[in-house]
Structures are given as C-alpha cells and as structure tokens.
Write a protein that binds this ligand. Sequence first.
Ligand SMILES: [Cu+2]
Length: 151
Amino acid sequence: MKNSVTVSAVLLSLVLVIFSPLSLADYADDIIVENPWVGAPPPDAFALGAFAVLKNPTDHTIVLQQAKATGFDSVQLHKSINKNNMHRMIRIQELRIPAKSQVVLKHGSYHIMLMGVHHEPKPGDSLPITLVFSDHSQKIVEFKVSKGRHH
Ligand SMILES: [Cu+2]
C-alpha cells in the first residue's frame, strides 16, 4: 500500500513537471514581429541587413540574444552609430525590448546582420531567421527579401 502511494506521488509530480511549462508563455510566444524584411543584395554583397518591428505587449522585458540563419558565415546583432560624423556598426550582445514597448530594426539603428552570403537571395524570396531569446525560447520568422538599401 505504501509503495502504491509513493508511485502515485511520483507519477503526479511527473505530470506536474510535464504540464506546468505549458501554462507559462515564453519570450518566443510573447514577442510580435511585424514587417520582417531583408534588403535584396547588390551583386557580390558581403553582408545583408535584416529588419523588422519587434513588439512586446507584455509587462516584462523581452531579451533577444541571438539570431541564426543558414547560408551565411555568421549572423550578428548590430547597432549603427554615428561617431564624429562616421557611420559605424557595432556588435551588441543582446537587444532588450522593454515592456509595453517596441524596438524597430531599421537602417541606421538596430539590425540583424547576415555576413558572408553563400547564395544571394532574390527579391520575393523568403529567408527564415531564427530569433533566440534569453529564456532559450526560439522563434523562426520568415523575412521577405525586398529591394532596398542593404545596410
Ligand atoms: Cu551591421
């Protein structure tokens, strides 16, 4: 009898462990990505910029830590800065999207940089980029390849 009680308790905790994460939305679920697009590259471009509006409707900060895509040597989170009238891009380790707010990835500001292009995407193509958040959740977003500046 004692054994079956123990077994029941173990089973019950297993059920709790398995099902409890379902009630907690993760960052990948929370974030809303609008108008994701990648600038169609000029011939022999080395790097492409990926842009979107990242909306956080929740009451907690969402932290984007990494972006991943196949077909490139590396994918980095960048911020364009203007220092002494010189345009530069710096790599950032994370991008924080504040509660009830949004961050716009755009030219001259934050962007995802796709570096070392293996196959040049064409306008109209869809390019999947995986967004990785600080809670380890991931979201695959289809970025539309569109004509425009590539930086
Ligand atoms: Cu860049």
